[in-house]
Design a protein around this ligand. Structure first.
Ligand code: THU
Length: 177
C-alpha cells in the first residue's frame, strides 16, 4: 500500500549522527470560495454541523463533514460532558459515525470548521493529535488518502492531501503483527 505522506529524507553528518527530516506540503486558500465546488460544499456542511455543536463548557464549537466515495456526507460536531474527558471532538464523532454506518465505503475528504462563541475565529484550526490518530486508522484501513481541509469560522482554509501529512510516524496496525 502506497499512501502519499510527509516525505522523509535521512542524512548522515560528519560525526556519523543520523538525522531524519520530515516535510509536508500544505495548500493555503484565502477563503472557502477559492476551493473547488465539492470542497466548498463540504465545508458548508462542516459549518452547519459546527452551529449544532454541544459545547456548554468550552464554548468552542467544532464541526466536521466527511465526504464518502459514494457521495454521502457524514457530519459530526463536538459533544461535551460535565465529566470533561467523557466528551468527544467533532472529527472523531464524524469519523466513527462514517466507520459505523458505511464500513465498506472509503472516505475521500474531511472538512473542519472551528470557532469560539466568544469571538469570530479567522485562524485555521487543525484537528487535535488524538483525532489525527483516529483519522489515520481509516486512511490505513482503506489504503487511500483522505484530504483534510480545516479553517476557523471565516478566512483561510488549509488543505492537506492526506492525514499522514498531518501526522507523520503514525502508530498503525503494522506494529501489532
Ligand atoms: N475539539 C474538537 O472538536 N476537535 C479538535 O480537534 C480539538 C478540540 C473540541 C473538544 C472540546 O469540546 C472543545 O473543542 C475544546 O477543546
Amino acid at each position: 500500500m502506497d499512501l502519499p505522506s510527509a516525505s522523509e529524507t535521512s542524512t548522515t553528518n560528519i560525526s556519523g549522527l543520523k538525522k531524519i527530516k520530515i516535510e509536508a506540503e500544505l495548500e493555503l486558500y484565502n477563503s472557502v470560495n477559492e476551493l473547488p465546488v465539492t470542497f466548498q460544499n463540504l465545508m458548508f456542511k462542516a459549518q452547519e454541523a459546527r452551529n449544532k455543536a454541544y459545547a456548554p463548557y468550552s464554548h468552542f464549537k467544532v464541526g466536521a463533514a466527511i465526504l464518502l466515495d459514494n457521495g454521502e456526507i457524514v457530519m459530526g460536531n463536538n459533544q461535551e460532558n460535565a465529566a470533561f474527558p467523557s466528551g468527544l471532538c467533532a472529527e472523531r464523532v464524524a469519523v466513527f459515525q462514517a466507520g459505523a454506518a458505511f464500513p465498506e465505503v472509503p472516505m475521500v475528504a474531511l472538512a473542519i470548521s472551528a470557532g469560539s462563541i466568544k469571538k469570530v475565529n479567522k485562524t485555521p484550526i487543525p484537528p487535535c493529535g488524538a483525532c489525527r490518530q483516529s483519522l489515520a486508522e481509516y486512511e490505513v484501513k482503506q489504503g487511500s488518502s483522505i484530504t483534510i481541509l480545516f479553517m476557523g469560522e471565516q478566512g483561510q482554509v488549509v488543505k492537506a492531501a492526506a492525514v499522514k501529512d498531518l501526522l507523520p510516524l503514525i502508530f498503525d496496525r503494522s506494529y501489532l503483527k
